[in-house]
Design a protein around this ligand. Structure first.
Ligand code: FE2
Ligand code: FE2
Length: 199
């Protein structure tokens, strides 16, 4: 925001007016359209420095997950979900799926949101038992309508994406998809934004 840009005048929110909120909403939508994709790229880039003991760094894992989803014919929304699914790894190491799910929620289907939000538990089938945990913890989710959607994501794309020898597109390859989802072409109208916020 520039110094001359209009600003709300209230000092307590209970005294705010529609005029104030017209200013704020316009500013927030501008911010969303112009900043979110870039912030997502920056956050994904931070995963490059985190190997976390795995055979590949966390960005490589995300890129391979997205690549496998694309190779399987998944649509662009799904590929973006695959790319972002572990974006919270270095921000919230103990509940990382919540970060990606929170970022994606306004922009994606309920099925894809559920898939990202619960992939940690569903993916746990492949390793929880090595930590003294219940690998079948995911069975508590099994009756959910989107369980199979999430299980497929883990089995086909997330679980196998730790291979230093696998094809790994650069992050730049996915930037147009991020721009399409988070930029002005995504939630383009105020009504679309309102629907997304109230989802
Ligand atoms: Fe994950
Ligand atoms: Fe993952």
């Amino acid at each position: 925001m520039t110094d001359t840009a209009p600003r709300a005048t209230f000092t307590r929110m209970d005294q705010s007016t529609k005029q104030d909120w017209d200013i704020i909403v316009g500013s927030v939508i501008d911010l969303a359209h112009n900043e979110v994709a870039g912030q997502v790229v920056k956050q994904l880039e931070t995963l490059k420095s985190d190997q976390g003991g795995f055979a590949v760094d966390r960005l490589t894992h995300c890129l391979q997950t997205a690549h496998l989803a694309e190779q399987d014919g998944k649509d662009e929304e799904y590929i973006v979900c695959a790319l972002l699914h572990d974006i919270g790894d270095v921000l919230a190491p103990f509940n990382h799926p919540d970060i990606a799910a929170g970022i994606l929620k306004p922009y994606v289907s309920d099925a894809n949101h559920w898939m990202v939000k619960h992939h940690g538990t569903v993916q746990g089938y492949y390793y929880f038992h090595h930590l003294g945990m219940d690998r079948n913890k995911r069975d508590e989710l099994k009756d959910h309508e989107f369980y199979d959607h999430c299980e497929e994501f883990c089995a086909k794309f997330d679980m196998p994406s730790f291979d230093p020898e696998a094809t790994t597109p650069p992050l730049e390859y996915y930037v147009p998809l991020l721009d399409a989802m988070f930029g002005p072409g995504g939630l383009s109208s105020l009504d679309a934004v309102k629907d997304a916020v109230q989802k």
